[in-house]
Design a protein around this ligand. Sequence first.
Ligand SMILES: C[S@@+](CC[C@H](N)C(=O)[O-])C[C@H]1O[C@@H](n2cnc3c(N)ncnc32)[C@H](O)[C@@H]1O
Length: 260
Amino acid sequence: MNGSASPGESSSAAGSSQPARHHWFEPLADFVGPAYLRYSFTKGTEQEAAFLVDALGLGPGARVLDVGCGPGRHAHALAGHGCRVVGLDIAERFVSLAAAEAPSSAVFVRADARAVPVRANAFDAVVSLCQGGFGLPPDPAAPDDGLILAEMASALRPGGRLALTAFSSYFMVRHLEETDDFDAATGVNHELAPVKDAIGEQRDFDLWTACYTSRELRLFANQAGLKVLGLWSVTPGRYEQRAPDLDHPELLLIAEHVAS
Ligand SMILES: C[S@@+](CC[C@H](N)C(=O)[O-])C[C@H]1O[C@@H](n2cnc3c(N)ncnc32)[C@H](O)[C@@H]1O
C-alpha cells in the first residue's frame, strides 16, 4: 500500500506487534470513508498544523508520530511543513485513505494507541488530535486514556513535545444538547450520531467521548512524566493560546517529555 510502511521510527516493532484489537469506531470509519473530510471540524487542518509547528518547535526533518491519525489530514499537513510523519490508526479504512494520498515523508500503519508499535524515544513530537484514541474509550466503562498517554510519552525523546486535544467537560455540561447523554460518574458522553457517507446515505452510530477538565489533564500528564507547557481552550480550526474556559469544546495540552 502506497505510504503504508514500517518506517525507521516505527521499527521492527511494527512487524512484530500484536494485531490491533477491535474498536467500535471501525464500522463508523468503514461507513463514512472519505466523507469524513467533508465534516466542518476537519476544515481548519492547515491552521491547526501551523499552530502546532510553532508550539512543538518542529523544524525541517522533525520526526512526528500522529496517534489516531484518521485519514491523515494532520500528518499530511505536517509533512508539508517538512516533518517526517508516522500516522497510526486502529481503523484500516482510514489508514488506507491516509496512505493513498500520502506525501513521501508520511507513512501510515494500522495499530492500537494502547500498544503503540514504535521504539521508545524515537520521536521529536507526538500528536493526538480530535480525540485520536485519547478520549474515545473502546470500553466506555473503563477508559484506557492513561495507558494511551503513557504510550505516547514513551515514544518521545527526552525534551520531545506532545500535543493532544480532549473534549472539555466544562463545555459538555454547559452546552449539553438533547442528543447528549453525559454520565457524570465517568465523564463519558454518549450520543447516537447521524453520519453520512460519500453518497449521502445516513446511518446512526453510537459515539462515546471521554471528557476532561484542565486539572485531570495536568494530573494525567504529570503521571506520564510530561511537563505541561500549555493548556488552552480551543475550537477545531482555531487553535490559540486561550486560558481554559467553559465555552470552547476542546482543551489543547502541550507538554514536554522530561528526561528521567
Ligand atoms: C475523531 S477521529 C480523529 C482523527 C484525526 N486525528 C483527526 O483529527 O481528524 C478519531 C480517530 O481515532 C482513532 N482511534 C480511536 N481509538 C483508537 C485506538 N485505540 N488506537 C488507534 N486509533 C484509535 C479512530 O479510528 C479515528 O480514526
